[in-house]
Write a new protein. Structure first.
Length: 536
């Protein structure tokens, strides 16, 4: 019996202590809230830290409301309220909705930049132990940037509890950032913190190490200087990789724009200055498709580009066949006259589009699967550019397959190599000419679908790519699709590496000069045609 009494006594004491602690926390939370009603930046900062440290379940909602401008106070009775996103007014102390009309004269709690940093730190600390892994990671990043020493205790608890390696590393980096800014932290701890920040290796880490106080121990400053040097080397390497990615991205755009020209100019020998307008027609086809989908069935918007690709091919291809049958067929063997005729035609098409759609840019939206970006090592890759590269390569290999393994491709190559012999073998050369020109124009149309995602859709869209397309075809080797592929990616990468050094305009001039010098040495380009194809 005595043992039972002792246990009951101990239980009562424990429950009493828990109740007292809970009451103290509640009183601390209530007292902290009153700081928001004093309309003073200093009191508000104190209140932010106290509410975050109170452990009250309403603390996160109150701080979030303050961040969004939804935390209100009554200047008369000094009570604090939260306006929920639904518009309902809630008592910040009890968490209950206000019955009836809310008090008159409620004012929002004022903020400045210093308070916003304090809010970021508080929100980070409050969500460090969240069950949601994404929130924990974001909280760790917020604490890393805020470097609030008040979050140190919560960080230690979060690190001890964390099982996800990626999040644990982010939490450790946040702790190291705080340690570096603690004036009374042991030198050994600061050296460990420098090592952790060095491993992070991004621009934020460099800025943190560069901001170490001047009164820090000499050994810590030397370690920070070494870490900054290492980070600079790593950032320079990733910058080269990023430029190479940008170059591949630009090269894919050039390849899309030039691959159709490689057929009409490289295979047929026709200088088509209206090729850019075929690209523009493909982009406007995408715009029309999206407008119809928005009006008729918005649920299909994510499939708009898939629908637009065959339609753009048909529209631009039909225009190409019409141009060949009405203009080009009379000008074969007269390249200068085809240049002048198609240049005039390009102006007519541009003006027709201006008349129909207007001169201003048109909005072509991106489907959800082409929106956003992701980090790969130290570079950022956007989904729209990644999909365009994949789409470009798919178009290229599909065209290669068409030329090599289909009857149309066989007849196209036969007419290209020896028109008279092909006609003698029964091939209708006029029909092949029209289909070839239509194929090149149709590919330009589907290039317009892709370009609508990264460029302004306007009547001048094609003019920005026509010169570069000719450069790609000539540099790679006239009539050689593999040369067009290599030429496009080579020029894209070279352009992106020259731009940071010489600027955009001088970089393009330098590329042009280099191509002119190259053509002097190799007039037929990188991959010159051999055999009877050269005689065509």
């Amino acid at each position: 019996m005595r043992v039972l009494c002792d246990r009951l006594t101990a239980l009562v004491i424990v429950l009493g202590l828990l109740f007292a602690a809970s009451l103290a926390r509640a009183q601390g939370y209530d007292a902290a809230l009153s700081g928001f009603a004093k309309d003073s930046f200093g009191d508000t900062e104190t209140a932010i830290n106290a509410v975050a440290a109170s452990g009250n379940p309403l603390a996160a909602e109150v701080i979030e409301a303050l961040q969004d401008g939804r935390l209100l106070f009554d200047p008369n009775d000094k009570k604090v309220y939260v306006r929920k996103k639904s518009g309902e007014i809630m008592d910040a102390v009890t968490g209950r909705a206000v019955i009836g009309a809310p008090p008159a004269g409620l004012k929002p709690v004022r903020l400045n930049n210093r308070l916003r940093r304090a809010i970021d730190a508080a929100m980070g600390a409050l969500t460090l132990l969240s069950p949601d892994a994404g929130k924990r990671y974001d909280a760790a990043q917020a604490v890393f940037k805020a470097r609030d020493a008040d979050a140190l205790k919560t960080l230690d608890a979060a690190i001890a509890k964390e099982t996800d390696a990626r999040i644990k590393r982010a939490l450790t980096e946040a702790r190291a950032a705080i340690t570096l800014n603690l004036p009374d932290a042991p030198e050994a701890d600061k050296l460990d913190a420098v090592s952790v920040i060095r491993e992070r290796g991004d621009q934020d880490a460099r800025g943190l190490l560069a901001g170490i106080p001047a009164n820090a121990p000499d050994q810590v400053k030397r370690a920070a200087a070494d870490a900054i040097s290492s980070i600079d080397t790593r950032l320079a390497m990733w910058n080269l990789v990023q430029n190479a990615w940008y170059g591949l991205s630009l090269g894919s755009v050039l390849l899309l724009a030039a691959i159709g020209l490689a057929i009409t100019f490289g295979v047929m020998g026709v200088i088509n200055m209206a090729h850019g307008e075929m690209v523009m027609l493909g982009a406007y086809t995408t715009f029309v498709v999206q407008e119809i989908i928005r009006a008729q069935n918005p649920a299909l918007f994510d499939y708009s580009l898939v629908i637009a690709v065959p339609l753009a091919f048909l529209v631009a291809g039909a225009c190409g066949v019409l141009i060949e049958r009405t203009i080009i067929r009379f000008l074969y063997g007269r390249p200068l006259e085809t240049l002048l005729a198609t240049w005039g035609l390009s102006l007519i098409i541009q003006q027709a589009v201006r008349t129909i759609f207007g001169p201003s840019n048109r909005d072509v939206g991106a489907p959800s699967w082409m929106s956003g970006a992701f980090e790969l090592g130290g570079i950022t890759i956007t989904y729209n550019r990644l999909w365009i590269i994949c789409f470009t390569l798919a178009v290229f290999f599909a065209l290669q397959g068409l030329l090599r393994f289909t009857r149309l491709g066989l007849e196209m190559r036969a007419v290209t190599q020896n028109r008279a012999m092909a006609a003698a073998m029964g091939i209708r050369t006029a029909r092949i000419d029209a289909l070839t020109f239509g194929l090149g124009s149709g590919i330009a149309g589907i290039a317009g679908v892709a370009l609508s995602q990264i460029d302004n859709v306007s009547p001048n869209l094609g003019q920005g790519y026509i010169i570069d397309s000719f450069l790609v075809v000539v540099f790679g080797g006239v009539g050689n699709l593999w040369g067009t592929l290599v030429g496009a990616f080579s020029l894209g990468i070279a352009n992106k590496f020259l731009e940071p050094v010489a600027g955009a305009v001088l970089g393009k001039i330098a590329i042009l000069v280099l191509i002119i010098l190259f053509i002097q040495k190799r007039p037929r380009g990188l991959f010159a045609l051999k055999g009877r194809a050269v005689e065509a």
